[in-house]
Design a protein. Structure first.
Length: 403
């Protein structure tokens, strides 16, 4: 999509100069004519690659911004304001340049006759498949404001779950970083000072001190090589983790870590059930609902295991039985799905099950933190204590050497 600069006169006779992104000059003309503007000039602009085009992995719309956008758009829809007018207001108030650029192009697409879901589908890094599918369903059923509110609620809960997991890792990460910093200072700066004193008095240092001193001397002598090695290792690991194969291996490994694996599994189940409930409540067709939920699940093992559920459902097996055959879900989930199928309250039962596992994730996170905190304190205390002994022991040895 190219960028164009146009000059127009509005209904009040004011001369306006603006920029817009569009597929062609004709599309810009149609959009301006539809707005009742008198076109004077339209010219293509030379456009350098944007930051998000050069580094797409680092420039994104924050989830909080998308949630606010969805809630505000729902308010406009409920008030009966035209979508193009609402998007224009939201574009002017957008916090990020990426969102402003996307909304500008969406307004141009809508002016050219495209649907809202089709305009959003052009920006998958902002509007995921779940978002677009729900908007497409709302366009058919005519309940756009309700669907937008459901979407905002779903995204807010999903973001809350992610922040819970991130917050749980903050304390252990801080403790480990501080411990490594203390150990590095002691080994790199404190112990070498003792080595010089011992060499002057020709005294023999204790074995733990000699070991730590050798490690510190080696680290200082090979600092550039070690730095490059560590940075290269981290970079290669990060690049591999961003590949499809690496991401799949990492996700499978996470499920097998004691304590952490159960939390990740329950978080995946909660997200899958909540996505299904949101799609079912919005009236999305069952086949499309299953495809969208699988793509948004975020775990390769569950995606592969759930691939056969859709075919089994279309074969007349219902939903609970194929879900049970995957062996990926606890019996309580299967029971609630089966009851929902029989009573016609599948969306409500899926939502209840999702709430149950959200509480389970929260409870297990708190329990894991309660166990990890004292374990970390003991481990860090032991490491610092050993190093402290290695620092104090030479003092006594030095006193005996002097006497």
């Amino acid at each position: 999509m190219a960028s164009y600069r146009y000059v127009v006169y509005d209904g009040a006779g004011r001369r306006l100069t603006r920029a817009v992104s569009a597929q062609s000059t004709e599309q810009v003309k149609r959009m301006l004519w539809d707005q009742g503007l008198h076109v004077v000039d339209i010219r293509a602009r030379l456009q350098l690659p944007s930051l998000e085009e050069l580094f797409p992995s680092f420039v994104r719309v924050r989830p909080a911004e998308l949630i606010v956008f969805t809630r505000q758009l729902a308010t406009f829809a409920r008030a009966g304001i035209a979508i193009v007018e609402g998007l224009t207001v939201l574009r002017d108030e957008a916090a990020s340049a990426l969102m402003r650029r996307a909304l500008t192009e969406m307004i141009a697409d809508l002016g050219a006759g495209a649907s809202l879901s089709a305009a959003m589908a052009r920006f998958p890094r902002i509007f995921p498949a779940l978002y677009v599918d729900l908007i497409r369903s709302a366009e058919v059923t005519g309940n756009l404001d309700d669907v937008l509110r459901q979407l905002a609620t779903y995204m807010a809960r999903d973001e809350t779950a992610k922040r819970r997991l991130q917050n749980a890792m903050i304390y252990p990460a801080i403790v480990l970083c501080l411990a490594l910093a203390v150990i590095t200072v002691l080994v790199t700066f404190v112990l070498p000072a003792f080595a010089e004193l011992f060499s002057e008095f020709r005294a023999t240092m204790p074995l733990p001190t000699r070991v730590l001193l050798s490690a510190g001397t080696f680290s200082r002598g090979h600092l550039p090589v070690l730095t490059v090695t560590v940075v290269a290792t981290v970079a290669v690991a990060a690049l591999y983790a961003n590949t499809v194969h690496g991401r799949d291996r990492l996700q499978s490994a996470m499920l097998r870590i004691p304590m952490v694996g159960t939390i990740v599994r329950y978080a995946v189940i909660e997200r899958y059930l909540r996505t299904l409930a949101t799609l079912a409540r919005a009236g999305v067709p069952i086949t499309q609902m299953l495809d969208t939920a699988i793509t948004s699940i975020g775990n390769s093992e569950y995606r592969e295991g759930l691939a056969s559920v859709k075919d089994d459902m279309l074969g007349g097996d219902g939903f609970a039985a194929p879900l049970e055959r995957t062996s990926l879900f606890p019996r309580i989930v299967i029971q609630m799905v089966r009851v929902g199928e029989e009573t016609g309250t599948l969306d409500a039962n899926l939502e209840h099950a999702a709430e149950h596992y959200a509480e389970e994730v929260d409870y297990r996170l708190k329990r894991m933190i309660a166990l990890v905190e004292p374990a970390l304190v003991i481990a860090v205390g032991t490491m610092v204590g050993l190093i402290a002994v290695s620092v104090i022991a030479p003092m006594y040895a030095l006193v005996h050497a002097i006497h």
